[in-house]
Write a protein that binds this ligand. Structure first.
Ligand SMILES: CC(C)=CCC/C(C)=C/CC/C(C)=C/COP(=O)(O)OP(=O)(O)O
Length: 337
């Protein structure tokens, strides 16, 4: 496990969470309860609880504002916006995937029903845009437009991901492109949005954006590995969850297209006509390992991390910000949850 850089995550707790809680007050009581439950601010009865997400995207947005030479404060509307947009996507994703557990607790739809969870997601996305539109800062309009464009990419990535589940001819390149849309777009947005909101020079915003894209793909590849080989006690999701759901994540597509004996055996096991038993799932994970797919995915995550760090080295950044962005990048790719 890699230790998280402390300062930027502390600022998420002290600066971003209180602002999100204040925005939730604008929602009708039931919608607010579902959203607050999903965010981990309360349990299903409304009793206070401790927030559950890692807060990666808001941490990046605060660092993005600092990259533009500002203190973290002016980055808060951006940090709030990306965290709310991220949680909109998780609420809807859990409904679409019928996932019953996230962040070590029953998902919002499992507790309150799919309609309530979808509406809570809709409300969070609206609040994300309000957070930026109400910011009295030079780049507010551009920031709203940027968030909108990146949420559109996230939606396209999710559509591709769902489509892949029905297809048996998915290629590795399109799978990586899907990861760049589904996850890279919002991380890229987080890395650019703080600077954009603060009116930073376009070259700095563009460089941060490219850094975030590569980091986002690396993040998704690590997520793909954790979806198969992660410890449920750490990930907060059921064991072998991506295999059980017959996902076409990168390690799975790598095996299916590897042309190895293990990859071919995996293809037979994973065929849609077969009912997958628990023992099949363990065998499937072993075959992926034997096909070299775990190793390839880990190396590709490292390659994307390298490209992210190369982008960073070309940017003129305050030393403390550079060092936190580097620490955060290693945390993201070395995480076990
Ligand atoms: C439109 C739609 C439904 C899109 C879905 C897109 C989607 C679910 C992408 C997956 C992104 C991802 C790896 C989330 C976990 O982030 P994390 O580990 O940072 O989560 P945390 O906040 O729990 O820490």
């Amino acid at each position: 496990m890699t230790t998280a850089p402390v300062a930027c995550f502390d600022q998420v707790t002290t600066l971003v969470e209180p602002r999100i809680k204040k925005l939730l007050d604008r929602l009708d009581p039931h919608n607010r309860l579902v959203a607050a439950y999903h965010l981990g601010y309360c349990d299903a009865d409304g009793a206070p609880a401790t927030a559950v997400g890692k807060g990666l995207r808001p941490a990046l947005a605060l660092l993005s504002a600092r990259a533009a030479g500002e203190p973290p404060g002016p980055g808060v509307p951006a940090a709030v916006a990306v965290e709310l947009a991220h949680n909109f996507s998780l609420l809807h994703d859990d409904v679409m995937d019928h996932d019953g557990v996230r962040r070590h607790r029953p998902t919002a739809w499992a507790v309150f029903g799919p309609a309530a969870a979808i509406l809570a997601g809709d409300a969070l996305l609206s609040l994300a845009h309000e957070s930026l539109a109400e910011a009295d800062q030079p780049g507010a309009v551009r920031a709203v437009a940027r968030l909108g464009a990146d949420v559109r990419r996230l939606v396209a990535g999710q559509a591709a991901d769902l489509d892949f589940e029905r297809r048996d001819d998915v290629g590795l390149d399109e799978c990586l492109a899907m990861s760049a849309d589904k996850t890279g777009a919002l991380l890229s947005c987080a890395c650019a949005l703080g600077a954009l909101l603060c009116g930073a020079p376009p070259a700095l915003t563009a460089g941060l954006s490219r850094f975030g894209s590569h980091l986002g793909v690396a993040f998704q590849l690590v997520d793909d590995l954790l979806g198969i080989w992660g410890d449920p006690g750490r990930t907060g999701k059921p064991i072998l969850s991506d295999l059980r759901a017959r996902k076409k994540s990168v390690p799975i597509v790598h095996a299916l297209t590897s042309g190895t004996a293990a990859g071919d055996a995996f293809r037979m096991l994973y065929a849609p006509i077969r009912q997958l038993r628990e023992s099949d799932l363990e065998l499937a994970a072993r075959l992926l390992d034997e096909a070299g797919s775990r190793d390839w995915t880990g190396k590709e995550a490292d390659r994307q991390l390298g490209r992210a760090l190369d982008e960073l080295s070309g940017l003129d950044l305050p030393a403390a910000v550079r060092s936190e962005l580097v620490d955060l990048s290693y945390f993201v790719t070395g995480r076990d949850h």
